[in-house]
Structures are given as C-alpha cells and as structure tokens.
Design a protein. Structure first.
Lengths: 112, 113
C-alpha cells in the first residue's frame, strides 16, 4: 500500500531542474507532497485531488494522473533552500476511511 | 498562529523503561495524528483521533503502546515497556475540518539503549 517514490536520491547544482515521481498500486483520492529538512518536521507543500489536476507556486509544481495513479513533483531552477527529503503521501479508500500513507522519500541535495 | 507543539524534543531511556510524549495541536484542529518515523523512512501512522475518539488505531502496537486525548485537545502517547526497536522520531500532526492538510510538529526523537 505504500507509494513508491523515484528516484531515491538526486544531487543537483543550483539552478537545475528536478522531477520526483510517486506511484501507487491502489486507486487514489488525493496526493500530498511534503518536504522535510534534517531534524525538522515535514512541511506541507501542496495537495492534489482526484481529477488529474496540476498545482504550483513559485518554482515548485506538481501533477496528478488519477488514471495512472501517479503524481510528479517538479522543481525548476532549484535553489539551495530546496534541499531536503521530499515525501509524497497518498490517500486512498481503505476500509471506508481515508488514511495518508507516505512513500519512503526522495533525498534532494542542491549544491552551489 | 502557533503550530503543533510537542515535548520533549529528545528522550534517551534504557530498554524496559516507560516513556511518554505530549502533543498540543493547532488551535481548533479536531483531528490529531501520531506517527512514527524510522531513520530514512517516511512517517507511519500509529493512531488518529477525531476529537477524543480514536477512529483508527489499527497500526498501534497495543501490547506496549497506548494513547489518550481526554478532552479532545492535547494528546499523550505512551510506550511501556520500551524496546530497542522503538528508537525513532515520534511525530504529532493535526488537521482542521476538511482533514486534507496535516500540519506536523517538530517531533520527539527517542533513543532506547
């Protein structure tokens, strides 16, 4: 039931782009994206609801393909502050209740 | 607006000892979650409360873990007795009426020796 994220880790230079993928074997209701810096709490980035929507703010955007049960997070012109571990969390319908299940994370390192 | 507050931030105990974690959610948030995050992994849900009712505790190891949210606000998670494998970060999160966005606290980092 845990969504699968890829890649597991990526190293970029400042200004480069990155794509992080999240896929599930279950039908999804929504996908949530969080960023966590070392030793800190996960910070909410955005939520995508069923319907194949796209969202974005600043230079971080995401898409959700409901039919393929996949979501992608796009970081363009990456900044040093983007470094951290990115988690997708998926909400399906399990036993009639919504439950957020997190992937294993993608560690993003931005170098100057 | 204050975020989710957790205490203590760090705890070191010996195995077989009890330990308790405290969480104060964002004001007005009826839904409260306890997660456990092992090193290099994503958070895993332990229990979810709607007000004072535990509506999902299927992942809570009930032989040694317990939780309460007596007045529907603060919550306490307890482990008794602790085992070496319980070493992890315990995160508390809360969400409002739509339950869609969860806001996390800084977590309690537990080390069991």
């Amino acid at each position: 039931q845990q969504p699968v994220q890829s890649p597991q880790a990526v190293i970029l230079r400042e200004g480069e782009d990155a794509v992080i993928n999240c896929s599930s074997s279950k039908a999804l209701y929504s996908v949530h994206w969080y960023r966590q810096k070392h030793g800190e709490a996960p910070v909410f980035l955005m939520i995508l609801l069923k319907g194949g929507e796209q969202k974005g703010h600043d230079k971080i955007s995401a898409s959700f393909n409901e039919k393929k049960q996949q979501s992608s997070l796009y970081l363009t012109a990456s900044q040093l502050s983007y470094s951290g571990t990115y988690f997708c969390g998926t909400v399906g319908r399990i036993q009639g209740a919504q439950k957020l299940v997190f992937g294993q994370g993608t560690r993003l390192t931005i170098n100057p | 607006e204050a975020g989710v507050v957790q205490s203590p931030r760090y705890k070191i105990i010996e195995k077989k000892q009890p330990v308790a974690f405290w969480c104060n959610p964002i004001s007005g948030h009826n839904t409260l979650y306890w997660y456990r995050q092992n090193l290099g992994q994503g958070p895993e849900l332990l229990i979810r409360y709607e007000n004072e009712e535990a509506v999902d505790d299927s992942q809570l190891p009930k032989d040694r873990f317990s939780a309460e949210r007596l007045k529907g606000v603060d919550s306490t998670l307890k482990i008794q007795p602790a085992e070496l494998g319980d070493s992890a970060v315990y995160l508390c999160a809360s969400s409002g009426r739509n339950q869609e966005t969860q806001y996390f606290g800084p977590g309690t980092r537990l080390l069991v020796l």
